[in-house]
Design a protein around this ligand. Structure first.
Ligand code: PMP
Length: 372
């Protein structure tokens, strides 16, 4: 059996050690004669797995007692509706920072529930970056949000498609804002240390840095649990989910179990600080190759480039198909860019070892030499 270097944006590569452990446990978890998939979510065995998983996640992300951690379903797109249903009581509007496809989707969905106020975007080109390819200047963010009775301010910390990532700009302003900050961290959670106390809600689908698709992580400040609309479905009401320990209804048990194995693996590597250093080393390697060449190009402003999703184009688009075919021959797969952007995208989440990025860089150098 040989495994490829998988650059998928998500569902994405998982640590090999995790997959091996899951395979080992598949038929008979710890001598119990059954798979985790076959356990009641209320059995002592599964409750043990669940509680350790939640505690390990809290420890990795350094979640303070002021915040609850919920394991939910519906994905981050589901959250676009679940968030307003949970946070809008007593409010009519919320503020949005639009920096790409995912944040735009969020502000658009919100309009079904209230007035969506886009307070900052990157829709126009900046002097040093094309439209959509930078983090907007946040110096007027507080003025535009405060005094408007916003239910919350939403932004996406890492735009998976565009490859634009914040670097603490909103977190630094959170103490000056008169509403809570809600952040979509689907594609960079656990890749950088952050101060959870600065956020009202952090949420993300698991299928990039955490585990299989099907589980959505929500970290919520406890005082925000009381703001749900009366029409919010109970299964999606944060308060109900919190009061029932994420077991109001059957959670995605197997996906949570795999997430737990990923958390154990990450802690063994050195936790989020390790992931942050790794992410920097991998991203630097790839971007420096791109910047040193006139054959490859990345449109994102250097300071705002994602450490997780690296979009790049080839000088000649007709070479895209041969690039992908030759890369696949070398075991480098799922590099095709998102259809809305074109070109290539290498997603290099926590589970992608430096070795995988080295293999990609080596291939890119050779391909350029061969065809340019
Ligand atoms: N937000 C971001 C930043 C994402 O990358 C994604 C998935 N690619 C989503 C939201 C949507 O997540 P889901 O498909 O799990 O609903």
């Amino acid at each position: 059996m040989s495994r490829v270097w998988n650059f998928s944006a998500g569902p994405a590569a998982l640590p090999e050690a995790v997959l091996r452990k899951a395979a080992e446990d598949m038929l008979d978890w710890q001598g119990k004669g059954l798979s985790v998939m076959e356990m009641s979510h209320r059995s002592p065995e599964y409750m043990g797995i669940f509680e350790k998983t939640r505690a390990d996640f809290r420890a990795l992300l350094n979640v303070p007692d002021t915040h609850d951690v919920l394991f939910m379903q519906g994905g981050a797109v589901g959250m676009n509706a679940i968030l307003p249903m949970n946070l809008l009581r007593g409010f009519e509007q919320a503020a949005f920072v639009n920096t790409g496809a995912w944040s735009k989707k969020t502000s658009k969905e919100f309009s079904k529930y209230g007035t969506s106020r886009v307070v900052l975007d990157n829709a126009a080109a900046a002097p040093d970056a094309p439209a959509g390819n930078y983090v907007p200047d946040c110096s007027h963010l507080v003025d535009r949000v405060n005094g408007q009775s916003m239910a919350y301010l939403h932004y996406c910390d890492n735009e998976t498609i565009g490859g634009v990532e914040f670097n603490g700009q909103v977190e630094a302003l959170s103490g000056l804002l008169d509403c809570p900050v809600v952040a979509d961290v689907s594609s960079n959670i656990l890749s950088r240390t952050l101060d959870v106390s600065k956020y009202g809600v952090l949420y993300g689908g698991a299928q990039k840095n955490i585990g299989p698709a099907g589980v959505t992580l929500v970290v919520i400040r406890k005082d925000l649990l009381d703001r749900a609309l009366s029409t919010c479905p109970s299964a999606f009401e944060f308060k109900t989910v919190a009061e029932n320990g994420s077991m109001y209804n059957t959670p995605p048990t197997y996906a949570i179990y795999i997430a737990g194995l990923v958390f154990e693996w990450l802690a063994q590597q050195g936790g989020v600080a390790w992931a942050q250093a790794q992410a920097k080393a991998k991203a630097d390697l790839l971007y420096s190759l791109i910047d040193a060449s006139s054959f490859y190009r990345c449109p994102v402003r250097p300071a705002d480039r994602s450490r997780m999703n690296v979009p790049f184009t080839l000088a000649d688009e007709s070479l895209n198909a041969p690039f992908l075919a030759k890369a696949a021959e070398r075991g480098l797969v799922q590099l095709k860019g998102h259809k809305s952007v074109g070109g290539m995208r290498a997603s290099i989440y926590n589970a992608m070892p430096l070795e995988g990025v080295q293999a990609l860089v080596e291939f890119m150098r050779e391909f350029e030499k061969e065809v340019a």
